[in-house]
Design a protein. Structure first.
Ligand SMILES: Cc1cc2nc3c(=O)[nH]c(=O)nc-3n(C[C@H](O)[C@H](O)[C@H](O)COP(=O)(O)O)c2cc1C
Length: 365
């Protein structure tokens, strides 16, 4: 299977699947001299790991990350310093239950990758979905932890802004509450609404979709490129590569189609320090594929988990028409755990563009 690598200069390859002994990533192209601790990387993985509330899958994985290469330990014994050689990170799989999947060994779950996997490869690891299992995204989150360190002053945060038809009130947006509720919600008022709604979905063995918003601050103005390597293009590609993502918007996205040029224009003035100031940010921090220096804003839509308890019509690999019902432990709304994954994929795109810009212009931004 090819295509397990993304990025150009900050180049990430992931390997492994949910029912092997471990999975991980190799980052090639990370500059030397970047300092990080294992607990910093682990903190991002802890945000993504399963079993943290009743609203996510009850699989139990500790997702403890190990760094196998590409670093030297500093004298404090805690800090790693990158050496510029490939950084390999590994996460062991500890909670596999292959029998959960025996009923779908031949049956194609509607909405999952089972059918297309068989069509393409002719062989399918039905125990958890092989490379189409979102367990692979743990490795991306680890890579994102390093990517965040590559760009000085970069902050990448994400929040869940919609579950099913229930949206947050943006006037209530408060980043400080995102880490204090099981949904990564930025609006405290939506939490009880989502709790009640998702409890109903969960108890019915059903599932529902969601929208995640990612905001990157401290993105240096000038990184990106005007056509085939637009920063927004690469962010969209990275987000679209996440399992179950069906739509990506940058800035005001599809809303831009419904407003006038006057309304959409991000007007400019000179600030008190003599530097340019934008009076709005409909563009999501990117113009002509190049960062403006404003926050980069992206949203992505996640479909409902396809593994549901109610029977859906399908076929099996022997050509029979069957009804499929997926037992086992599944996320009723995968959008929740997609929040740190979205952050990681945006961080990787920005780190890659930062290094590409430095390579081309020779300037530190
Ligand atoms: C964090 C996360 C967890 C997921 N867990 C499940 C799951 O438990 N069951 C399931 O059917 N799909 C799950 N998915 C979605 C599938 O991996 C995805 O729908 C499938 O690979 C088909 O790919 P596609 O939806 O991108 O077309 C999850 C996705 C994410 C992002």
């Amino acid at each position: 299977m090819s295509h397990n690598t993304f990025g150009h200069l900050f180049r990430v390859t992931t390997w492994g699947e949910s029912h092997g002994p471990a999975l991980g990533c190799v980052i090639d192209g990370c500059p030397p001299g970047i300092r990080f601790t294992l607990s910093e990387i682990q903190a991002w993985l802890d945000k993504r790991k399963p079993g943290q509330s009743r609203f996510v899958t009850q699989r139990r994985e500790d997702d403890l990350v190990r760094v196998l290469s590409g670093v030297m330990a500093d004298e404090d014994g805690e800090t790693f310093i990158t050496t510029g050689t490939p950084i390999s990170m590994m996460i062991e799989n500890t909670d596999q239950r292959s029998k959960d999947y025996s009923e779908i060994a031949k049956r194609y779950r509607p909405g999952h990758a089972d059918y297309t996997y068989d069509v393409k490869y002719g062989i399918r690891d039905y125990r958890g979905g092989g490379r189409s299992s979102a367990r692979e995204t743990a490795a991306r989150v680890a890579a994102g932890g390093i990517a965040r360190k590559v760009v000085p002053g970069l902050t990448v945060r994400a929040a869940l802004v919609q579950i099913g038809k229930h949206r947050i009130n943006r006037d209530n947006w408060d980043w400080s509450v995102v880490g204090t509720n099981p949904f990564f919600a930025p609006d405290p008022a939506i939490v009880p609404v989502w709790e009640e709604y998702l409890d109903g979905i969960r108890k019915a063995g059903s599932s529902v979709g969601a929208v995640v918003e990612v905001v990157a601050e401290g993105v240096p103005a000038g990184i990106g490129a005007p056509i085939y390597a637009k920063l927004d293009q690469d962010i969209a590609a990275n987000l679209m590569s996440i399992n179950a993502v069906k739509g990506v918007e940058i800035g005001n996205g599809f809303e831009a189609a419904a407003i006038t040029g006057e309304e959409n224009a991000d007007e400019m003035r000179i600030g008190p320090d003599g530097k340019p100031v934008f009076l709005s940010n409909h563009a999501g921090g990117i113009l002509g594929g190049i960062a403006t220096g404003q926050p980069v804003v992206a949203r992505f839509a996640i479909k409902p988990t396809s593994s549901i308890l109610s029977e859906r019509r399908s076929i099996d690999s022997d050509g029979n028409e069957v009804d499929v019902r997926t037992k086992g432990r599944h996320d009723p709304c995968v959008g929740i755990r997609a929040v740190p994954i979205g952050e990681a994929m945006v961080a990787c795109a920005i780190a890659d563009h930062y290094l590409r810009d430095r390579g081309q212009t020779g300037r530190l931004k």
